[in-house]
Design a protein around this ligand. Structure first.
Ligand code: PFF
Length: 452
């Protein structure tokens, strides 16, 4: 049964929880966003900083979120209010949850547009439209999709509908069953693409681009972008993991589970990079192509492979599913936030939340066509760029810092130790230093230095 204000149905097992949490973290962020951010953000410099941020900031905050979830056992806002009252006498900590809900709406708005591209590619591949195309030609196909607001609206609507329905029903029956086998299949397909890229692409150039250390390229811009991506790709900073942690069975180790989630997120991102960049370099494509990178490069590979039309269609189905398991984890906390406070049913709230995010999504949708020259606040950023920047690079990192501070300074040391059950006291101490000092100072430095 779902308590009022509770974020999700009870996970049926540790495995189910793991799949749901991995499903939330592994999504467009790892497969679509990460490769193009490497491309636009300094290649291997970005990669290095990203890995450092994931380990030093993302992982400890993920542990903190799951810990708070297990302590509060309610939706994120209620949990933070209750724990805030208990440990510091102040309910104001609940505000972090409110900012998180706003971030969730904004992320969901653009997430659905991009996931819609993935849906649009399924029939394109199945019908053989991409067979035998060069990089330049697949670029044109992608460009013409983006230029058509009506088509984009259709796919954006379809994806949002696919997100709303399971959340309206309660997600356990549908999503949980699907993720359990689809996520592993996605990994296998990514591996197949890597093998293809290794044989047919310029593997050496791709790997060098990903992994050859280039410290000179590390600027504050790169650091902030990589920090934001660490939060985005792990789904931390807005309370999603806190919500999921609320139903963790008591015998599940939070530190170990967090490691598995982080490992899965990194692995997917690296596999996506290893599949894409060799193809980019072998086909003379531009690694800094931006948001179209995955759609343009991988379709070159699919177009040339035997059976590529089918493989390609399956890949985009799986990408859409990876996106879906993340998008439900964005809509769920929005619904949870309002459940305790209104008499509306779960289903009505899911529809309202989804439709609001869908409408806001038009800011992103038009950023790729009729508003591509609109730069609110001047500069070069479109609406999409602003929403992405604001959520990934400001709201999630600062939300994460607040959660880290709360878990490290406000919650008592004894309670933290008891809930987390680290195997060694040394690791617990290390985690405390990371959430109390390293993560807050590092993230705030990255955000502030970028504003100066
Ligand atoms: N982690 C997801 C991805 O990488 O695609 C995006 C995401 C989902 C971010 C859920 C935040 C969140 F709460």
């Amino acid at each position: 049964m779902d308590k009022a204000g509770a974020p999700v149905g009870q996970w049926s097992s540790r495995f189910a929880f793991l799949m749901a949490a991995i499903g939330s973290s592994v999504g467009l962020g790892n497969i679509w966003k990460f490769p193009y951010m490497i491309g636009t953000g300094g290649g291997s410099a970005f990669m290095l900083v990203y890995l450092a941020c994931v380990m030093a900031v993302g992982l400890p905050i993920l542990i903190a979120e799951l810990m708070l979830g297990r302590m509060g056992r309610q939706g994120p806002i209620e949990t933070l209010i209750d724990l805030g009252r208990r440990y510091s006498g102040s309910a104001a900590w609940g505000l972090i949850g409110c900012v998180g809900v706003l971030a969730a709406v904004l992320i969901l708005s653009f997430y659905s547009v991009v996931a819609g591209w993935s849906l649009a590619y399924i029939p394109k591949l199945l019908l053989g439209e991409m067979s035998g195309l060069t990089g330049a030609q697949t670029g044109e196909v992608f460009g013409s999709l983006l230029a058509d607001p009506w088509k984009l609206t259709f796919w954006h609507a379809l994806f949002m509908l696919l997100t709303i329905i399971p959340v309206a029903r309660g997600i356990q029956a549908g999503i949980e069953k699907a993720v359990v086998w689809m996520m592993p299949l996605l990994f296998v397909l990514l591996l197949v693409l890597c093998i293809y890229a290794a044989i047919e692409g310029d593997f050496a150039a791709g790997m060098a681009y990903l992994f050859k250390p280039d410290f000179a390229a590390v600027t504050w811009d790169v650091v902030l972008a990589a920090t934001g991506q660490a939060f985005f790709s792990l789904s931390v900073g807005l309370g999603t993991m806190l919500a999921y942690g609320a139903y963790l069975p008591a015998n599940v180790s939070i530190p170990r589970t967090s490691l598995v989630i982080v490992f899965a997120a990194i692995l997917t991102a690296v596999l996506a990079g290893a599949a894409i960049f060799p193809i980019v370099f072998a086909n003379g494509l531009n690694p800094s192509e931006g948001p179209g990178l995955v759609f343009v490069t991988l379709t070159v590979a699919f177009g040339a492979m035997p059976g590529g039309a089918l493989f390609g269609a399956v890949f985009f189905v799986l990408l859409a599913i990876a996106a879906l398991t993340s998008s439900v984890s964005l809509l769920e906390p929005i619904v949870a936030a309002f459940r305790g406070r209104s008499s509306l049913s779960r289903s009505t709230l899911a529809w309202i939340g989804g439709i609001v995010a869908w409408v806001i999504g038009f800011l992103t949708l038009f950023s790729f066509n009729i508003w591509s020259d609109v730069h609110p606040l001047g500069g070069t950023r479109t609406w999409f760029d602003w929403i992405d920047f604001l959520t990934s690079n400001i709201m999630l990192p600062l939300g994460g810092v607040m959660l880290a501070l709360f878990a490290g300074w406000v919650v008592s040391r004894e309670d933290g130790a008891a809930i987390l059950g680290f195997e060694s006291p040394l690791l617990f101490r290390l985690w405390r230093i990371l959430v109390r000092v390293v993560a807050p100072v590092g993230v705030v430095a990255a955000v502030v230095s970028n504003m100066l």
